[in-house]
Ligand binder design. Sequence first.
Ligand code: AMP
Ligand code: GLY
Length: 423
Amino acid sequence: MKVLLIGSGGREHALAWKLAQSPLLTTLYAAPGNPGIAECATLVALDIEDHEAVAAFCADNGVSFVVVGPEAPLVAGLADVLRAKGIDVFGPSAAAAQLEGSKGFTKDLCAKYDIPTGAYQRFTDAAAAKAYVNEQGAPIVIKADGLAAGKGVTVAMTLDEALAAIDDCFDGAFGAAGAEVVVEAFLDGEEASFFCLCDGVNALPLASAQDHKRVGDGDTGPNTGGMGAYSPAPVMTPDMVERTMREIIEPTIRGMAADGHAFQGVLFAGLMITAKGPELIEYNVRFGDPECQVLMMRLDSDLLPILHASAVGRLDKVTAEWRDAPALTVVMASKGYPGAYEKNTPILSLPADDATTKVFHAGTALKDGHLVATGGRVLNVTAVAPSVAEAQKAAYAAVDAVTWDNGFCRRDIGWRAVAREQA
Ligand code: AMP
Ligand code: GLY
C-alpha cells in the first residue's frame, strides 16, 4: 500500500516511524514532513491547504491511503475532498471534526446524549457571559469556542481573572475562535488523555497517557502544547477505562452517527477523573502531541492495518497489542517558548537511537546540510523501560546527549507516576 502522511511535527514523526515498519507498506510519502520524518518517508513539497493538490498527488502517485496528523486540515475538510475521490483517509470529515473545532458543539453533544462533563453555557456577548460568571462564582473556566492552538482556555481561580478572560476573548485575543465563548464549571481531579479509534460505528480503545501542559517544573508557568508525556496514565485503571468507554466514548460515537456525522479517526478524550468518575474536558480529533510519541513506542502491533481499518469501517476485525512497559517523552523546546524564541539555532548533535530510546523531530529543519531548530517544540526524547522512573532516567540521559545551546526542557516529566511508583 502507498500511503501519504500529512503533517510535520513530532506526532507525525512517531506515526511515520511506526508506519514505516509495516510489511504492508510499499511507499510512505509525507507532506510537508521534517528531517526526522525524512529518515522513514519520502518528503513531498505539497501545500496541504490546497486539498485538490493533495488529491492530485495521490492520483498521480498511486496513493490509496492518507493519514492526517494535525487537526487543522481535518477541520478544513481535507478528508472530505479525498474521500469524495475514492481515497481512504484516516481522520474525520469536517462535520465530525467539529468535536475539536467547536467546544460549544461538543458541549451540546454531551448535553444531548448525557455524557458527563462540566455544566456550561455558550455566549456571543461579553455582558451576558459576565453576568453568568458573576452568578456562578470562581473557580470557573472560560474557553474561546474555536481552535486557538491550545491557548484559548483560562482556568480562572478568581472572578477578576474570569472577567478579564471574557474581555480577552471578545476583544479578539484568539481571533475568530473567540467570537463565541463557553463558560464551564471547574472540574477538580487528575487529568488523563485517552485515545480510541473509531470507524463510524465500532470503537477500538488504544491507550492512555498524561501530558504536562505547563512550561515549568512543578506544573508552573504558562500553558504550552505539551512539554512531555508518559503512557499509560496510572489513574486510568481498567475500571476507569471501562467507564470511559461506556459513559463517554460509546455515547459519543452513537450520537455522532445519529446526528448524521459519523466519526472516523482517533478520538482523543481529555478527561478529568473526579470523585464522581471520568468527565470529559474536551475532545480532539487527532493524536496528541507529544502523547502520540509515547503511544507509538508502546504499540506492539502493526499500525498501518489498524489505521486503515478505522478509515474503511473494519475496526471490529483488528486488535491492538501494547507493551506493558511504560514510555515517557521529554519535549525539548527553544528558549523563550511558549513566548517568542530565536529561530534557526544549531543542533550540533543528537544521541543515536537504540531499541528503547528514540528522538522524534518536531520543529527542525536542515539548513545547508546542518540541523537547526525552527519551531517552539523541537525534539521529543522518548524512552521505554520497565518502570516510569527508569524510562524517565533513560530519557533524561538521552536529553543530556543533545548538543543544542538554545534548547531547554522540563526536568520533572513523569513526576506524578514516579511518586506513585515510589509510594
Ligand atoms: P483544553 O484546551 O480544553 O484541554 O483546556 C486546557 C486545560 O485547561 C486542560 O488540560 C485542563 O488542565 C484545563 N481545563 C479545561 N477545562 C477545565 C475544567 N472544566 N475544569 C478544570 N480544568 C479545566
Ligand atoms: N498535547 C496536547 C495536545 O496534543 O492537544
